[in-house]
Design a protein around this ligand. Sequence first.
Ligand code: CAA
Length: 380
Amino acid sequence: MNFELTEEHRMIQQMARDFAENELKPGVIERDEKQYFPKELLQRMGELGFLGMMVDPQYGGGGMDTVSYVLAMEEIAKWDASAAVIMSVNNSLVCWGLEKFGSEEQKQKYLTKLSTGEMIGAFCLSEPEAGSDATQQKTTAIDEGDHYLLNGTKNWITNADIASIYMVMAQTDVELKHKGINCLIVEREAEGFQLGPKEDKMGIRGSDTHSLSFIDVKVPKENRLGEDGFGFKFAMKVLNGGRIGIAAQALGIAAGAFERALEYSKIRKAFGTEIMNHQAIQFKLADMATEIEASRQLVLKAAFEKDAGLDFSTTSAMAKLYASKTAMKCASESIQIHGGNGYVREYHVERMLRDAKITEIYEGTSEIQRIVISRNLIRA
Ligand code: CAA
């Protein structure tokens, strides 16, 4: 067993840290306030290889392992959790899903552009009445020979406005329940596609979230991912990997909140000394650092299992469950250590608490992670 990162891992980690500190940190408060993510930053993330990190170089990606990916995610999420979710959805759900389950034509047509950031993708599973209970898809994809006729509404879609393609889960055969669901790649230009209003969110406000509507959208058969009826299994398998990305995002928020608290405790004075000298603060810092390290080990283990071709669904759910709880706790404790300053925007940590909350909700709530973990344990 070896806990050492390779030289290459360290380089990627450092590159992501530099990018986050020099290019993401400067405008992060304004982006949060005004709810936008500039095209130039997205383009820069593409140039640096952050949008298709694990994709095989033959499709324009970085050909890196999942360990590299989570190291970069943590650093980026330390300063900008919105940039991290844009990256997570594109890398783990869209690119990985296409590379693992897509046809060669789909990879040539879409993956080569998604991996460089020329295109961004969105993953569309949730619906107004199908959030946690994801088998209850009301969006329909009727088989009409050479194409599917797609109708329905999707909710809470990350990257909805910056995306060029959408991976849409839809019910083709109701009788077959979840085994009658397909995943279709829908292009933004498709007739009948409609972008709904932007959600005004509590956190990750730099990343855009919208509902989407599909009204009689004709999707060519060659845009189906995998065999007929594979759509639900596809979504579940892809989400196992997505949860590693969100766990790394949560880890980054926790670690960012901790770093801000440690820094502040060294300069802020109370009762005649820097607050780091008070045991009340020391114990908070010790607990935060311990839980962050435990989260990091779970995230790295899930990434290692994925790279080794092992079943990683239990560990990825554990990593997300634990890291998201740690993000909430560390952001809240960091505000407490900052006192009144923690409650104002310029110190960053109030944003981190708002950003942390979603990590307990999207890509499967904490309650869903417990279902995934316990079912796997019982089945084993
Ligand atoms: N990995 C692989 N397969 C899985 C799986 C997993 N983690 N979880 C379920 N499955 C498979 C089951 O094995 C089963 O397959 P078979 O029919 O072949 O046996 C099938 O999926 C159906 O599963 P269940 O019988 O267990 O169905 P269920 O309704 O009791 O539970 C669920 C399903 C696990 C709760 C599922 O609905 C779920 O994961 N819900 C959460 C949905 C979610 O994570 N949404 C996130 C939206 S995407 C998002 O947030 C992205 C973003 O924009 C940031």
